[in-house]
Structure formats: structure tokens, C-alpha cells
Design a binder for this molecule. Structure first.
Ligand code: ATP
Length: 342
């Protein structure tokens, strides 16, 4: 358990700036998830913290110690990569035991057995302990790779899309396990993902990166409800936020600087007629059924734009029906995609 301070870190792979003057303070026991599009600088940030890349400027502090010039093995961090990296000639048991047998840690074989067995049980791989690492499926290999990080107790865990190669069920299970383990052990985590469900469920705070800039840092609720930019607003939320030019919703009185109106589907309230408070008219184009909600694709009257509303089954209606709708909450953005507060 440790805190992490990233102080004004920059790194470019000439001429591409991968990370720009990044400041990030992570308290001991926090689970910070970095989100962002491909090429945003997420992996580079993890590699800088691990010491696998040297920054052009700035410092990395772990537990009050400046480790910027410290070799990766001496930083007491563990890194789980997107692509499993096991020792193919070793068994699952020996792969899991490997970090504990490092000369830097003097762990007895009895203690190693206890820890490896506990981790294997948690990963549901007890019956595979004697398998060579090469005789595993991709998902099993990744579980061993995660187990190898969990088996020791580093100051800091760095994880780069560790669940992305797993099937949906295992991914859900391991996500819950990771959260439980992190809460039980009080581990400090810096975790990269593309998956918004992982970000929303795992993170104590989410950092959104874009082109090497930290665009926003906040709790999942803050980032979802109060996004700083259009890009952040559209990164979180499923179904995605509706983004419409202001002209598409002429009944809303919006400030002059607004170019785009963002409306989350749960904030489009559909009513049968104007007396229920419906302010605008639309035609149901399509009805999509999800597990516990319906998505109505609404063609706005007098416009080519479509608005998606998420409604309860009883409100669904049918394609071709005319409905009224009311927008209970919207987000405004200027022509540069920056939030306009109102
Ligand atoms: P992804 O989600 O696709 O993994 P990312 O957010 O992790 O993306 P990075 O891998 O950190 O992004 O890359 C940030 C930028 O730095 C990209 O423009 C990338 O092409 C560049 N980059 C990263 N590593 C190198 C490298 N070793 N050499 C040259 N350019 C690199």
C-alpha cells in the first residue's frame, strides 16, 4: 500500500507527445482508472510509473520516495499487461510462485505454497496448478498473469486492460474479484481500460486522457454527470449520450455560445400528449429492446435528427407512433467541445 504522485510528467516519442505535463495524486488504497481513446497516452503513463520508460520531464513519487531514476525492479510495483506474459517452460504453480522466489523477497517454500494455493483457488485454477503454462487457454493464461501480480503485495498495482482478452462471464467474475481483493487488501491501483463498465464499477476516481492531456479527473459519478468536454460525455454512458446541434432542439432556451446539446437517453421523458408536459413532438422510428429497458429512436419533428430515449417497457409504443417528449436535463458544449455551464 502506498500513495503515488505523478508530478509534471512529459514524454514524447519524437515528434509525438504521448503524455503532456501530467499531474496525478493517488492516495493509498485508491483505485484510479485511466480511460481514453486509442493513443491517448494511457499505457505510456503506466510504463512511466513502472520505470519502463524514462520521462523527458517531471518526477514519479511512490510512498514519499522519488523513484524517477530508480530501476523498475526496485520500485515495488507490479504490472499486468493486456497480453499475458507467462514463462512458458514453467508450470502454473511455478509461474505464480515466481515473484515470491525473487532474491529480493526471502519467502519460505511453505509460505509460497500457502499463497499460491489461495490465489489459485480465487482464480478457480486449483486443478491446473501442475499444467505447463503452454497448455492453457488464452483466458486461463491471463488469469495466471493476474494471479502472479496478486500473489505478492506490492506498493502499487499497474494494470493495462488486464481483462480485455477474457470472455464476458469470466470478465464479470474477475472484475468483481479484483474489486473485492483491492478493498480487502487496501491495494493502490492504477488501471487502464477501454471498458466503461470496468471504469464505472472499479474506480474510486476516473482520469480521462485525450492526446496526452488529463482532461478530467473525478469520481465515476462526477465524470458521468458533470463531464468537462463532449469527448468525456460520450466516453461514459450506455446507450451513449445524444449529441445534437442546437438547432435540432429549438424549444430549448440555450446560451448563445452553445453549439451542441448533450442529452442522456434517461433524460428524455416520453409522454403521449402535450398535457403530460411533453414539449416537443417526434415520431418513433425504431424500438430496441434491451434486457430491462427499451430504446426509442425518435425522429424529431421538422428535423433530420434522431434522439434516443431509454424508457420502461410499459412506455415503449410502436414504430410510426407520434409522441411528445420532455428533456429533464441537458449538457451544453461550445464549438470546441468544451462544456458551457448553465
Ligand atoms: P491504446 O488504448 O491504443 O493502448 P494508449 O492510450 O495506451 O492507447 P499510448 O500507447 O500510451 O496510448 O500511446 C500514446 C502515443 O504515443 C501514441 O501516439 C503512440 O503512437 C505513441 N507511442 C507510444 N509508445 C511508442 C513508442 N514506443 N514509440 C513511438 N511512439 C509511441
Amino acid at each position: 500500500m502506498a500513495d503515488l504522485k505523478i508530478v509534471g510528467i512529459s514524454k514524447s516519442f519524437s515528434p509525438v507527445p504521448a503524455v503532456k505535463d501530467l499531474y496525478l495524486d493517488i492516495a493509498s488504497g485508491e483505485f484510479v482508472v485511466l480511460l481514453g481513446p486509442s493513443g491517448a497516452g494511457k499505457t505510456t503513463t503506466l510504463r512511466l510509473v513502472a520505470g519502463l520508460e524514462q520521462p523527458d520531464a517531471g518526477q514519479i513519487w511512490i510512498n514519499g520516495r522519488d523513484v524517477t531514476q530508480v530501476a523498475p525492479a526496485l520500485r515495488d510495483v507490479t504490472f499486468v499487461f493486456q497480453q499475458y506474459s507467462l514463462y512458458p517452460h514453467l508450470s502454473v504453480y511455478d509461474n505464480l510462485a515466481f515473484p515470491l522466489r525473487s532474491p529480493l523477497r526471502k519467502t519460505s517454500e511453505d509460505d509460497i505454497r500457502t499463497k499460491v494455493t489461495a490465489i489459485a483457488r480465487m482464480l478457480r485454477m486449483e486443478d491446473k496448478l501442475n499444467n505447463p503454462a503452454t497448455k492453457l487457454s488464452g483466458g486461463q493464461m491471463q488469469r495466471v498473469a493476474i494471479g502472479r501480480a496478486l500473489v505478492r503485495n506490492p506498493a502499487l498495482y499497474l494494470m493495462d486492460e488486464p481483462l480485455s482478452s477474457l470472455d464476458a462471464k469470466l470478465r464479470d467474475d474477475l472484475r468483481l474479484e479484483l474489486k473485492r481483493i483491492q478493498q480487502d487488501t487496501g491495494a493502490t491501483m492504477l488501471y487502464v481500460t477501454h471498458d466503461q463498465i470496468e471504469a464505472l464499477t472499479l474506480a474510486t476516481r476516473i482520469g480521462v486522457l485525450d492526446h496526452g492531456d488529463l482532461v478530467q479527473l473525478g469520481t465515476p459519478q462526477q465524470v458521468y454527470e458533470d463531464p468537462a468536454t463532449v469527448a468525456v460525455a460520450s466516453r461514459l454512458g450506455s446507450p451513449r449520450i445524444n449529441l445534437l446541434p442546437r438547432a435540432a432542439l429549438p424549444h430549448l432556451a440555450v446560451p448563445d455560445s452553445v453549439a451542441t446539446i448533450g442529452v442522456r437517453p434517461e433524460h428524455v421523458l416520453v409522454t403521449d400528449d402535450r398535457s403530460d408536459g411533453g414539449q416537443a413532438v417526434a415520431l418513433i422510428q425504431r424500438v430496441e429492446r434491451l434486457s430491462d429497458q427499451y430504446l426509442l429512436h425518435l425522429r424529431l419533428q421538422g428535423s433530420e435528427h434522431t434522439l434516443i430515449a431509454s424508457v420502461h417497457p410499459g412506455q415503449a409504443g410502436h414504430p410510426g407512433n407520434k409522441v411528445h417528449f420532455h428533456i429533464s436535463h441537458s449538457l451544453y458544449f461550445d464549438a470546441n467541445g468544451q462544456r458551457v455551464r448553465h
